[in-house]
Design a protein around this ligand. Structure first.
Ligand code: BDR
Ligand code: CA
Length: 320
């Protein structure tokens, strides 16, 4: 089994990702940390605890993290994710309390222990990377306990929050820039599961209805309700598994086509702040051509996905 930690802003599709991470026998979900993003961080914590309870995983520690981006004012996405941030499904929320530690402290403790055990953990952020940036800058030694980072965010092509920028990076561009910079410095391999693939693995409404019909207030019923909510919201016959694709990328890297590219985050820009600029020039690694004099992080950028394979992986895993 692959040990993983998720950092989330639950979030309809973060909930889909959590269900996969909590239910798949090939993953050992060690903890979940929460950050403000799709909705306010207290609601993210409550939603996350609820999803884990439904999945029968009250054993997984959940910690509250940053309420706001490093520099920007928070802008939520409740118009996409519903007033409660998770589809307004009317399910009873968990009464479990989160861990007493701040998300950054929980991550530090886990990764330092993993470094000592010699069993590093995969970190999967599916949210603005405020917590991860604070972790890597405050406790860089934690990097020894991180085997790789597979994050949902960014885009080599176009954005969604703006024409240029993807929501998670747009929400906290400084944090994303710090994570890429620190990962390069500390030698952490990074995979970007961005918008170039994000919308492709989809579940049809009929498949969602079959999940809902399994009932019992279990993971399958919740998974189906989350997809059905998105179909309704967008008036579409199918909906993406979204952030869950980043978890699929950990389980089944062969289903993803990646290209290794230097990537920078645009921190200025009139219309392009928060854009991830993936450099496709074949001489891009040559500093002589780099006006900034500092090599950008070279990371694996997902440009293609076997969409049906990931959709099926998710479907079968949440069905139990
Ligand atoms: C990302 O933004 C959020 O709305 C989703 O949860 C996903 O992580 C997509 O741009
Ligand atoms: Ca998310």
């Amino acid at each position: 089994t692959i040990p993983i930690v998720m950092d989330v802003d639950t979030g309809v599709d973060d909930a889909c990702a959590l269900l996969l991470a909590a239910c798949h026998p090939g993953l050992d979900l060690r903890a979940v940390t929460c950050v403000g993003g799709n909705t306010v961080v207290d609601d993210v914590v409550r939603n996350t605890l609820t999803v884990l309870d439904v999945a029968g995983r009250a054993d997984v520690p959940v910690a509250r993290g940053a309420a706001r981006p490093l520099l920007e004012e928070p802008v939520d996405a409740r118009h996409v994710h519903g007033d409660d941030g998770m589809g307004d499904l009317g399910w009873e929320f968990s009464s479990r309390q989160p861990d007493e530690r701040h998300a950054v402290e929980l991550l530090r403790d886990l990764f330092l222990a993993a470094a000592t055990d010699g069993e590093p953990i995969t970190l999967v952020p599916t949210a603005p990377m405020t917590n991860v940036a604070l972790l890597l800058r405050t406790y860089p030694q934690a990097a020894q306990g991180i085997s790789r980072i597979v994050f949902m965010g960014g885009a080599a092509r176009h954005g969604n929050a703006t024409a240029s920028a993807e929501f998670n990076v747009f929400h906290d561009p400084e944090a994303a820039a710090i994570v890429l910079d620190a990962a390069a410095e500390l030698g952490i391999p990074v995979t970007m599961y961005g918008l170039d693939v994000f919308y492709e693995p989809v579940i049809t409404r009929a498949e969602a209805e079959r999940l809902v019909a399994s009932g019992g207030h279990g993971p399958a019923e919740l998974a189906g309700a989350l997809i059905a909510f998105q179909c309704d919201r967008f008036g579409a016959p199918s909906a993406t598994i979204g952030d869950a694709g980043a978890v699929c990328a950990v389980l089944d890297p062969q289903g993803l086509q990646c290209v290794s590219m230097p990537v920078r985050v645009e921190l200025a820009g009139t219309w392009s702040r928060g854009r991830t600029i993936a450099d496709a020039r074949d001489w891009a690694g040559d500093l002589a051509h780099d006006p900034h004099g500092k090599a950008p992080a070279t990371i694996e950028v997902a440009l293609g996905v076997d969409a049906r394979r990931y959709a099926d992986l998710w479907l079968h895993s949440v069905h139990g």
